[in-house]
Design a binder for this molecule. Structure first.
Ligand SMILES: [Zn+2]
Ligand SMILES: [Zn+2]
Length: 268
């Protein structure tokens, strides 16, 4: 079995054919899916989906792009829910910052503050963290080092971006690899993949985004995790079966709710 550890099933692009998407996932041996929080207003939808299917869970968080919508009390309500098994996605994303230096600094500060709040929620609710990092390796490393490690917070660096610096967090964090690995220009990820400790490796789609080859350009979906596992299996010279087992065991370790999942009948 494979677990897609990061898939936005609450995205409106799945609204019309979610049952079929889940069915195809199951046929592709993807028997567990975690829906990360991104837009705080979509969390009720993520929760509803997680109750509709057996081995789908969700997380409560606010993507750095939406950090001005952050509301701790809303996240707290979700984190009391048994189907809500992690905090995130959250983190730092400096890819699109305003032009002016003062505004730039303001946005960065706001993102950092919200990121740190998420980490504190992990410690309080004893749930792992799902981290999003784009063009912000140093600041993310500093915050995780300073806040997460001290509090004993563990988590996942989702859509791991091949940063050597972030790999240094491997004692506490897992690294989730997605469709980017199958892209022609995935050189840095291809090179760093063998350096990720095997007991820290996870797979994800980040669907509907980052569709792997050969479906690039179309909507991504959880069934396509198999293309990522396939590519990783070629690079690491480990069989697809072995890699599927290894990574799903890792996923069950960090996200304990998946540990009951071991038959093909999980998603009903
Ligand atoms: Zn993300
Ligand atoms: Zn995401």
């Amino acid at each position: 079995m494979i677990i897609d550890t990061h898939c936005h099933l609450d995205d409106k692009r799945f609204a019309d054919d979610l049952d079929d998407v889940i069915k195809r996932a199951k046929e592709a041996d993807v028997l567990g899916i975690l829906i990360p929080g991104a837009d705080i207003f979509d969390l009720p939808k993520a929760r509803e989906i997680s109750y509709r299917y057996d081995n789908i869970f969700y997380a409560a968080g606010v993507h750095p792009y939406h950090c001005k919508d952050y509301d701790e009390s809303i996240l707290e309500e979700h984190l009391k829910d048994a189907r809500c098994i992690a905090v995130g996605e959250c983190g730092l994303d400096y890819y699109r910052l305003p032009e002016s230096e003062s505004e730039k600094a303001e946005v960065k500060e706001a993102q950092k503050e919200v990121f740190i709040s998420h980490i504190k929620l992990c410690a309080r609710f004893d749930k792992p963290l799902i981290v999003h990092v784009r063009d912000a390796n140093e600041d993310s490393f500093d915050i995780l080092n300073k806040y997460a490690l001290i509090e004993g917070v563990t988590g996942v660096l989702h859509c791991y971006n091949a940063s050597e610096l972030l790999l240094g967090l491997h004692k506490n964090f897992y690294f989730a690899v997605g469709g980017v690995l199958t892209f022609q220009n995935a050189k840095s990820l291809t090179e760093i993949l063998p350096k990720i400790p095997k007991e820290r490796l996870l797979f994800e789609t980040d669907a509907p985004y980052l569709t792997p080859h050969p479906h690039r350009g179309k909507r991504n979906e959880p069934a396509y995790t198999k293309y990522v596992v396939q590519k990783a299996s070629e690079i690491l010279n480990i069989s697809v079966d072995e890699l599927s087992k290894l990574s799903s065991d890792n996923a069950k370790h960090i996200f304990k709710a998946f540990s009951k999942a071991n038959s093909a009948k999980i998603i009903s």
